[in-house]
Design a protein around this ligand. Structure first.
Ligand SMILES: [Zn+2]
Ligand SMILES: [Zn+2]
Length: 413
């Protein structure tokens, strides 16, 4: 017997309704914001992610699912959703469409990492990408979209926001960080010492305790914003407040990649033990340019769906089950079965959810089964009923009985 690959998971028939529910909420809310779905391939040329995700990040260094295909091309299963959307935007000339272009996706993403609790090699992500507007109102809308989804799913989350400024203010900030850490190198981990050279910003989100402690007194990026970036951040805060959304400014949330600009945000929860991020996003005005598509601002976020489901489970959020069977046909004898089979086909075409025995069960066992699947009605047909041209219809919620003519049965529903 062949087992499931490490770090992957089956969604079994009895639990797929949870996925359908979350996906429906996600699609419905995205639609309210006039976002349209974009679907891009599961794999791309490795180069896209090297250019789009940046080569100093952990993802690219260690975690990409990369292989050489039979045509000797380096192919990578997408580690995140943004790069593929950006590639599709450029390749299909979407720059010429009416702006802003509001897109969303639901996609599997792949990371080759040690499978620990909740860390899968294949997981699923919902994401949003709004292209074409550099205005802070778009950032606010993207944040609200994420918030509306999490709220619709009954999750309690807190919003943290920050501004990373533009390359201009960030250059100043990086200089200040280097100066600050210069005499504290002994308190930084090995990785952060490299970061100090290459990308000091990334020290801010190091998970190592001594680094975390040292970072507390580091200069804050919000004190280094240029006038334009400051104005952008103030407008964002104003609009979030206008929409009734509470937030905390957390100057420690940053993204290590150069194409990120201005707004960064995350929704966090403490419902999974330690505090964890449910959704993270931000503005990336320089991504499309970096991929060769010219100047196009963008803002978006990604949300891990397994994590969302885990959180719903942990906090006892009830997920409504999908509709059960409307009518179960219990039959006795071959003739009755044929009649019921025809009726069930006709009713299904009318949109009624039907089920009929496929296991040659006894009538008693059929009743038991109808109960198990939660059928709303049981229609019984035997020789007696055939002779009279009738069906005995039982409503399971109250046990009431009704006699319906065979000829008029389909019309009854
Ligand atoms: Zn700036
Ligand atoms: Zn560190």
């Amino acid at each position: 017997m062949v087992n499931i690959p490490k770090g992957t998971k089956d969604v079994l028939p009895d639990e797929s309704y949870k996925w359908h529910y979350v996906e429906k909420v996600v699609r419905d809310v995205a639609d309210k914001y006039n976002a349209k779905e974009i679907r891009t391939p599961t794999f791309e040329h490795t180069e896209l992610f090297l250019r789009g995700v940046g080569d100093t990040t952990d993802i690219v260094n260690k975690e990409m699912y990369t292989f050489t295909d039979k045509g000797d091309r380096s192919i990578t299963l997408k580690p995140e959703g943004t790069a593929g959307v950006a590639r599709a935007f450029i390749e299909n000339g979407l720059k010429n469409s009416a702006m802003p272009l509001k897109m969303y996706y639901i996609t599997p993403v792949f990371r080759y990492e040690r499978p620990q609790a909740g860390r899968l090699r294949e997981h699923h992500q919902f994401g949003v990408e709004f292209y074409g507007s550099s205005s802070a109102d778009t950032d606010a809308e993207v944040i609200l979209l994420a918030y509306d989804i999490l709220t619709a799913l009954n999750l309690k989350v807190k919003l943290n926001i920050n501004s990373m400024g533009c390359p201009k203010c960030r250059a100043e900030y990086n200089k200040a960080l280097r100066e600050f850490f210069a005499d504290k190198k002994d308190r930084l981990c090995e990785t952060c010492l490299t970061r100090l050279e290459k990308n000091p910003l990334r020290i801010l989100d190091c998970k190592v305790d001594t680094c975390k402690e040292t970072v507390k007194d580091a200069p804050k990026i919000t004190d280094f914003l240029c006038d334009d970036c400051r104005e952008h951040f103030e407008k964002l805060k104003k609009l979030l407040t206008a929409a009734g959304l509470e937030y905390t400014v957390n100057p420690l949330i940053v993204r290590g990649l150069d194409y990120y600009t201005r707004t960064v945000f995350e929704f966090v929860t403490d419902s999974l033990g330690s505090q964890g991020t449910v959704c993270g996003g931000g503005r990336y005005d320089n991504l499309i340019g970096q991929l060769g598509g010219g100047d196009t601002p963008g803002v978006g976020f990604g949300m891990g769906l397994e994590r969302v489901l885990m959180l719903m489970e942990a906090t006892g959020v009830e997920i409504p089950k999908e509709n059960s069977v409307d009518i179960y046909f219990a039959t006795m004898g071959e003739k009755a079965y044929e009649k019921a089979f025809a009726l069930s086909s006709a009713l299904r075409r009318k949109g009624v959810k039907c089920e009929i025995d496929h296991m040659e069960r006894s009538v008693k066992a059929q009743f038991k089964y109808s109960d198990k699947i939660g059928a709303k009605y049981v229609a019984t047909i035997g020789d007696n009923e055939l002779e009279k041209g009738e069906v005995a219809l039982k409503k399971m919620s109250d046990g009431s009985l009704e006699t319906v003519s065979l000829d008029g049965f389909v019309e009854r529903f």
